[in-house]
Design a protein around this ligand. Structure first.
Ligand SMILES: NC(=O)c1ccc[n+]([C@@H]2O[C@H](COP(=O)([O-])OP(=O)(O)OC[C@H]3O[C@@H](n4cnc5c(N)ncnc54)[C@H](O)[C@@H]3O)[C@@H](O)[C@H]2O)c1
Length: 295
C-alpha cells in the first residue's frame, strides 16, 4: 500500500487567491498599510476585524469595506496592552466563529539614539513593535489550531537590514521581527500555521505624493532615484504582497521576509552614490551651499 502524498491546494489561480470563509484580524488598521490590507482581504471574501486605537478612523475603514460589499467590524485594541490583544482575538473568534489570519501591523516608535531615549519610550516602542507580535501569536495560534491551521503576517521594514540616524528602537525591533517570524514559522509549521513577514520600503499615501510634488517638481524623481522601479510605492503595494502571503497561492512559503521596496535596497551603496551624484550634477540647485561636489 503506497502512502498518499499531501498535495498543494487545488483550483485555478484566481480561486487560490480568494479568502472566502476566512476570518482575519488586522492591527493598526485605521490608516495607511493596515487599512489597505483590511480592504484587500475583505475584497477577496474574508471577514475582517479592523483594530486600532483611533476609533473614528478604524470605523471609517469598516464603512469603506462595507460600502464595497465586504464584511468587517471595528474593535478597539491597544496592542501595548496584553488584555486588549487577548480580547481582540476572542472577539474575532466569538463574532465569526473562527480565526484564520492575523496581521501584526500596528506601529509606534520613539526616535532617538540610545543616550537620548528614555527607558519608558524604549519599552513602549518595543511593546508595540515586538511584544505585541508575541502576544498576538500567543492568543491567535490556539484559535488557528482549532480550525486546522492559519496564517500570520508580521509587518517589518527595510529598516530591519539598514541603519539610519537615531532610529534605534525601530531598527532593532524590525530586525527582531524577521527572526521572530522564522521561529514562529518553525514552531508551528507542523500545525499548518504559516508565518511570514513583509518588509516595506517607504510607502506614502498618493495624496501625500501629490502634495509634495505640487511643492517640488523633482520630488518623484528624487524619491525614485535609487529604486529599480521608477514609481513611488503605495500602501496598496504592501497590501497585495500580504494578500499573496495569506492566500493559498503561497501555501509552501513560510518563515520568509518579503521585501517590497521597488528594488531600492539591493544595490551597492557606491552605485547609489554614483546615481545621486549624477542627479546632483543635473540639478546643481539641489546641492546645499555647505556641500561641494569635488571635480
Ligand atoms: N509607511 C511606510 O512607509 C512603512 C515602511 C516600512 C514599514 N512600515 C511598517 O508598516 C506598518 C504600518 O505602517 P503605516 O505607515 O501604515 O503606519 P501608520 O503610523 O500610518 O499607522 C499605524 C497605525 O497603528 C496604530 N497604532 C499606534 N499605536 C497603536 C497601539 N498601541 N495599538 C494599536 N494600534 C496602534 C495607529 O493608530 C495607526 O492607525 C508598521 O509596522 C510600519 O513600521 C511602514
Amino acid at each position: 500500500m503506497s502512502a498518499t502524498m499531501p498535495q498543494p491546494p487545488s483550483g485555478d489561480l484566481g480561486s487560490l487567491l480568494r479568502l472566502d470563509g476566512k476570518v482575519a484580524v488586522v492591527t493598526g488598521a485605521a490608516q495607511r498599510i493596515g487599512r489597505e490590507i483590511s480592504r484587500a482581504f475583505a475584497g477577496q471574501g474574508a471577514a475582517v476585524v479592523v483594530t486600532d486605537i483611533q476609533d473614528e478612523r478604524g470605523q471609517a475603514t469598516v464603512e469603506e469595506i462595507r460600502a464595497a460589499g465586504g464584511e468587517a467590524i471595528y474593535r478597539r485594541a491597544d496592542v501595548s496592552q496584553s488584555g486588549d490583544i487577548a480580547d481582540m482575538v476572542r472577539f474575532a473568534a466569538d463574532r465569526y466563529g473562527r480565526l484564520d489570519i492575523l496581521v501584526n501591523n500596528a506601529h509606534w516608535e520613539k526616535v532617538g539614539n540610545v543616550v537620548e531615549l528614555d527607558e519608558e519610550d524604549w519599552d513602549r516602542s518595543f511593546d508595540v513593535l515586538l511584544k505585541a507580535l508575541y502576544l498576538g501569536c500567543k492568543y491567535a495560534i490556539p484559535e488557528m489550531r482549532t480550525v486546522g491551521g492559519g496564517v500570520i503576517i508580521n509587518i517589518s521594514s527595510v529598516h530591519a537590514y539598514h541603519v539610519s540616524d537615531r532610529y534605534v528602537t525601530y531598527q532593532a525591533a524590525k530586525a527582531a521581527v524577521v527572526h521572530f517570524t522564522r521561529q514562529v514559522a518553525w514552531d508551528f509549521g507542523p500545525d499548518n500555521i504559516r508565518c511570514n513577514c513583509v518588509c516595506p520600503g517607504a510607502v506614502p499615501l498618493p495624496s501625500e505624493v501629490t502634495e509634495h510634488s505640487a511643492r517640488d517638481p523633482l520630488f518623484v524623481e528624487e524619491q525614485t532615484l535609487l529604486k529599480a522601479i521608477k514609481r513611488i510605492g503605495q500602501p496598496a503595494d504592501i497590501a497585495r504582497a500580504a494578500l499573496f502571503l495569506v492566500s493559498d497561492l503561497s501555501s509552501w512559503i513560510t518563515g520568509q521576509a518579503l521585501t517590497v521596496d521597488g528594488g531600492e535596497f539591493m544595490t551597492f551603496p557606491s552605485t547609489g552614490a554614483q546615481r545621486t551624484r549624477r542627479f546632483l550634477e543635473a540639478h546643481p540647485e539641489r546641492v546645499s551651499p555647505s556641500y561641494r561636489l569635488t571635480p
